[in-house]
Design a protein around this ligand. Structure first.
Ligand code: URA
Length: 242
C-alpha cells in the first residue's frame, strides 16, 4: 500500500498534512527517512515510524468512550450532540457506536469501524455480559432480586406472541449513594431497548441514574472522565475479538 494511505489509516493526519510531514522528514521506513508520500510499503513486513515511534498497522480503529449524559449514541442526530461528534477530531470514516446507551445513561461505549466486531458483540445469540451500576428509587426486596435473577416480563413479545422474559440476571448489592438511594450492580446478557429501566419497572422500581461499567471483556477505564475517550490497547482488542 502507499505510505500516505498507511499513515492516513493510522490517523496521523489528513492526506495534505501527511504529505507535509513526509516532506519534513518525520516518517521513516525501515530506519530510512521517507521522502515520497506515494512510496509503496508492505504494511505487514516494513517497519514504519512516525516521529521515532513505530506504528503497528491496524485496518480498523477502536475507541473506548466514557459517554456523558446528554449525548446520543448515534452517528447523526438533528437535535443533540452525538458520540461521533465527540470523536470528530479522530477523522475516522465509518466509525459507529457498538450498541446504544440512552441519552441520560453514562459510561462505557465502544466505537469502532470494525463492523464484524460490532456484529459479534451485539448478536443476540452471543449473550455478551454487560454490567451496569444502577441507582434506584427503592431498595430491592429479596423477592425482587429472585425475580430479576430468574427473568422478568419487560413488555416485549416473542415471535410466537408469548411474553418475552429476560435472561437470568445477576444482582450485586452495592449499598447506598450520596443521596441515600440504593445502588446495585446488575449483570445482564442482552441489550434490549431501555432494558435495565424496564427490568426495574417490572419489579415496581425506578432507575434514577444508570452507568455502564463493562461490556464483555472491556471495562470502563475509570481514569477517563465523562466525555473523554482513548484508543483500546492491543490486549483489549484481542480479548474482545476472542
Ligand atoms: N438499559 C437501559 O435502560 N438504558 C441504557 O442506556 C442501557 C441499558
Amino acid at each position: 500500500m502507499r505510505l500516505d494511505k498507511f499513515l492516513g489509516d493510522q490517523n496521523i493526519g489528513t492526506r495534505k498534512q501527511i504529505k507535509e510531514y513526509i516532506k519534513n522528514g518525520r516518517c521513516s521506513v525501515n530506519g530510512v527517512v521517507a521522502t515520497k508520500a506515494d512510496a509503496h510499503i508492505n504494511e505487514n513486513s516494513d517497519e514504519i515510524s512516525f516521529d521515532g515511534n513505530v506504528l503497528n498497522y491496524s485496518k480498523y480503529h477502536y475507541f473506548m468512550l466514557y459517554k456523558p449524559q446528554g449525548v446520543v449514541s448515534a452517528v447523526t442526530d438533528g437535535r443533540n450532540k452525538t458520540v461521533i461528534d465527540i470523536l470528530k477530531a479522530e477523522n475516522v470514516k465509518d466509525l459507529s457506536p457498538c450498541g446504544r446507551l440512552d441519552i441520560d445513561t453514562e459510561g462505557l461505549l465502544l466505537l469502532t469501524d470494525d463492523g464484524q466486531l460490532i456484529h459479534k458483540l451485539l448478536s443476540p445469540k452471543k449473550h455478551v455480559d454487560k454490567v451496569y451500576e444502577v441507582h434506584l428509587e427503592h431498595e430491592l426486596s429479596d423477592k425482587d432480586i429472585q425475580n430479576l435473577e430468574k427473568g422478568v416480563d419487560i413488555g416485549d413479545k416473542n415471535d410466537d406472541g408469548t411474553p418475552f422474559y429476560t435472561m437470568p440476571a445477576i444482582v450485586l448489592e452495592k449499598g447506598i449513594d450520596e443521596s441515600g438511594r440504593p445502588v446495585i450492580h446488575l449483570v445482564i446478557h442482552e441489550g434490549r431497548f431501555h432494558q435495565v429501566k424496564r427490568m426495574m419497572e417490572a419489579v415496581d422500581n425506578n432507575v434514577l441514574f444508570l452507568k455502564r461499567l463493562s461490556m464483555g471483556s472491556l471495562v470502563l477505564d475509570e481514569t477517563l472522565t465523562p466525555g473523554e475517550y482513548r484508543p483500546l490497547s492491543e490486549d483489549e482488542i484481542k480479548e474482545l475479538k476472542a
